[in-house]
Design a protein around this ligand. Structure first.
Ligand code: C5P
Length: 242
């Protein structure tokens, strides 16, 4: 591993040069951050679970025709993915009021939304990822209008599929964050799903008890983070029945 060239180290993942041109290895760390990295910690075993959960979700999304960067899982903590140019916009999809939306609009956590809401945040740690509109995104050239059309379309398809998948195992998909990238093919590029989908970037509530099964356990000091992530994996059929 030490012989590989590290390309980037983020808060929860490290990216290494892949074995073939155009490939990258994503290494999933146990590190956890919240509130724009003001709160830092380690959730022992999180990286292994997120690698497995994200593999599962990206594979299923691939089968319904969502283009993704995922190629294959390499081992407990690593997956091989296609190299993309990340669009510097975090895409948040919301089905239920929670988190920053509840705070910003003074609404109660858990209020169902009459329709799915998509929000965009400019990826900039120094600025604390400010919320932006499609106007800003196209005016500043972060993505073209065509690309934003593809991104919104994919985000809705991903939400429809994942909300159903999680509902089937007794979990409410409250909200989640996606990242997209440009895959270059000759002179052209197309938008594909990148990064990861895991309990680090989703709000997942048990449908019966409303118990939080995601990174809010860490953000809110509720404890039981790894057990919650394990339970998500178990319900998705990725761990033996406990
Ligand atoms: O904090 P907020 O309510 O805006 O988060 C919405 C969703 O996006 C949550 O599921 C959260 O985990 C995710 N998110 C993320 N990374 C960020 C911001 C939000 O994964 N930088």
């Amino acid at each position: 591993m030490s012989r590989r060239r590290q390309i980037y180290e983020g808060k929860a993942k490290i990216l290494y040069e892949g074995p073939e041109p155009g490939t990258i290895i994503q290494y999933f760390k146990d590190d956890a951050t919240a509130f724009n990295a003001q709160k830092k910690g380690t959730i022992s075993g999180k990286g292994v679970l997120n690698n497995r959960i994200s593999e599962h979700l990206f594979t299923l999304l691939g089968t319904i025709g969502v283009p993704t960067h995922f190629i294959r899982r390499l081992n407990m903590r690593e997956q091989l993915v296609r190299q993309v140019e990340i669009v510097p916009v975090e895409v948040v999809v919301r089905n239920v009021v929670a988190g920053s939306l509840a705070k910003r609009l003074g609404m109660e956590d858990g209020t169902p939304l009459p329709r799915t809401i998509i929000e965009y945040y400019y990826k900039d740690d120094a600025l604390g990822d400010p919320m932006v509109t499609e106007e800003h995104i196209s005016a500043f050239g972060w993505a073209s209008q065509d690309e934003m059309h593809d991104i919104a379309d994919l985000a809705i398809r991903i939400n429809d599929f994942m909300a159903g998948l999680f509902a089937g195992v007794g979990i409410r998909l409250v909200d989640f964050k996606l990242e997209f990238g440009r895959l270059y093919e000759g002179d052209f590029s197309r938008i594909i799903l990148a990064d990861e989908i895991s309990p680090d970037g989703c709000r997942l509530w048990d449908m019966k008890t409303n118990e939080k099964m995601d990174k809010d356990r860490f953000r809110m000091d509720l404890g039981g983070e790894v057990e919650a992530y394990q339970e998500v994996a178990r319900r998705l059929g990725l761990l033996p029945e406990g």
